[in-house]
Ligand binder design. Sequence first.
Ligand code: HEM
Length: 445
Amino acid sequence: MNPEASPGSLRDVPTTGRPVPEAEPGLVERWRSQGGELVELLSRVRERCGGVAAFRLGPAPTVLVTDPQAVQHVLARHPERYVKRSHRARVLIGDGVLAATGAAWKRQRRLLQSQFTGTGMRRYEQRITEAARTTAGRWGEYARTGQTLDVGREMRRFALDAIWRSLTGHPLDDGTEREVGAVAAVAAALPTLPADVTGAQDAVAADLARIDAVARHAIEAARSGAPGPDGPGLLRVLIDAATERPEYTDQLIRDELVTLLVAGHETTATTLTWLYLLLHRYPAAREHALTAGGESPAQRRQALQALIHETLRLYPSAWILPRHVTEDDILAGGYAVRAGTDILISPYLTHRDPELWPEPEHFDPRRFLTPDGRPTHPGAYYPFGLGPRACLGLQFALRESTVLLEHLLPVHTVAFHSAPTKAVYGITVRPDGPTPATLQPPHCP
Ligand code: HEM
């Protein structure tokens, strides 16, 4: 490395690399003066400079990574060189597995991993199905009475019920649902909160107190009460871990519980909401998904999963994944990045790259049904991230989404009264507005 190098310079790079192409300052200035969304700036930076591109919002450059090889390099091949830094949701999720780092993260991940893969997942099958049946029952009532429902709210209720049953062994009750609403209030406030954790916690103290009360109650019930109808939930695993591992204090158990509630419901709920909005715009995709498999249950399931994957391609709920470079490195293309640089990886932009995905704005689930329908590089499609920090709930999310669609899609057509076409790019990418609708039997015009 050049010994004269100053932090924040892209020209002074490790000796073997070449500088990352940098967007001209005017581009950032124009974007700033127009009051644009971050996603617009990032799209322009990528268009101008390619899949590894730099821009400056302050004195130091940020590097945007969307090129599949570079994505794989950062997330999967060398995750130790690209780490998560103080997670902005820490105010809410504390030291839970999503925000934890180093040896603590490794231990926490190992304990949870066994619950969310292979045989571990089987114990949640019944709970997911019960949550889907409950939603299907409600939808049956909406259809019968002609009552208006909000699709986004319905999907949040379902996803929260599925994860709550899996954590506690009990169905979600109205009171808990209301109190867990505080999670959404804190999540919405996160971008405007002070940078230090204590200041941020003070600003949302009332909402945090509600969340803590829900967590405390659930932990006490799991410790002392009878298990739910489907046996004990995942919370019991955390409580049992505490008998052998002193690090599992009540505080850490609370942090893991809130982490799984946060990570495990808004993401799935927004995905399912986008899916219904996309079917509204592309009604033929629904017909195709329902008829594609013919009599074969496996093929029918594949067709539903293709709907989910194509939705996640266009709207990967975690649309941006920040990382911090810990040591000088060379990325795909020979681009050099220096220790101390902030990196933004965007599945949203990779998934809309026309060189990887022909007609990228077009919703076409068939991409995921034919072997050559999509690029096979792991860094070309990664809605659940890649590498050791990839989503713990991948199987859970796909399973619950598929089961819900199996219950709802053949029975109801959703007629939206108004359908938002724009997105809000917050912690997740979500529809910009309510999603009121009524339900019609299938094949209604
Ligand atoms: C469609 C739904 C979902 C999407 C798109 C999604 C996406 C993601 C992504 C992209 C990451 C990696 C973040 C990064 O690398 O910075 C992640 C991590 C995580 N997700 Fe999900 N997720 C979904 C559902 C779920 C569910 C249902 C759960 C729990 C049941 C869950 C639990 C987690 C946890 C605990 C992590 C942190 C893993 C770690 O840092 O070791 N997610 N998710």
